[in-house]
Write a protein that binds this ligand. Structure first.
Ligand SMILES: Cc1cc2nc3c(=O)[nH]c(=O)nc-3n(C[C@H](O)[C@H](O)[C@H](O)COP(=O)(O)O)c2cc1C
Length: 205
């Protein structure tokens, strides 16, 4: 077993209650295998989004992706925060996510961001099934991305995403990031965020 395979094993969630294996195994790496993701497999990822639920079936999600070596890839990379730029270029595919802000009647679609997140959740599980890692990034200059990609009015760039097969070499990361890459995954216990009957009334089951 190589170093990255060992990390992937160590990253498996120490769940308190039994969950689907793909959910336990997913994590957000900062190194990736160099192997490109072909378009047929990318289409499978977007098909998972396509069949997600959305409020009034408005499907407000939008994506711009680019393969390493293309102009689009460099443009996305240049919109990332300095920190994210230090590792995201390890990914064979970079992507921007965006959502459509308004409903057909012109009112704000308050649930669009929810729907984009739900779609990305589906994409993440589909990706995990295919051995593909998805690392979401809030650290993106979304205004710059809107300009660079001439995103039309009424759409809001939300995150950038690094996508690639799990793998690669830990040595590609700085010492500090190597530490993060091998760190334990932690989560709040359910009683901190799940309430029964009343807000902040912890579930004691
Ligand atoms: C919306 C969103 C934004 C994130 N932004 C960043 C980011 O800018 N840079 C980064 O390195 N990780 C980012 N992450 C990854 C989180 O830090 C990571 O999901 C979290 O620490 C839990 O780790 P896990 O995904 O390995 O379970 C982001 C995740 C999400 C969902």
């Amino acid at each position: 077993m190589n170093e990255i395979e060992q990390i992937a094993l160590d990253k498996i969630a120490g769940n308190d209650y039994e969950i689907y294996a793909l959910l336990k195994q997913r994590y957000s790496p900062r190194v990736f295998d160099e192997k490109p993701i072909d378009d047929a497999n990318l289409k499978r990822l977007f098909e998972a989004v396509r069949w997600s639920a959305s409020s009034s079936n408005l499907q407000p999600w939008r994506f711009i992706y680019a393969h390493k070596g293309s102009d689009g890839y460099d443009k996305i990379l240049n919109c990332l925060s300095d920190f994210n730029q230090t590792w995201a270029s390890n990914a064979p595919v970079l992507m921007l996510t965006a959502y459509k802000e308004n409903k057909p009647d012109g009112e704000e679609n308050f649930h669009a961001l929810h729907d984009l997140g739900l779609g990305m959740g589906s994409l993440s599980v589909q990706a995990q099934y295919m051995g593909i890692a998805v690392h979401h990034m809030a650290g993106v200059d979304w205004k710059k991305a809107q300009e660079v990609f001439e995103v039309p009015e009424g759409y809001h760039v939300t995150t950038a995403v690094a996508i690639g097969y799990y793998g690669g070499e830990l040595e590609k990361l700085s010492d500090e990031l190597q530490e993060q890459e091998t760190a334990d995954r932690t989560r709040e216990p359910q009683h901190k965020f799940v309430f029964e009957n009343a807000w902040n009334h912890p579930q004691e089951k």
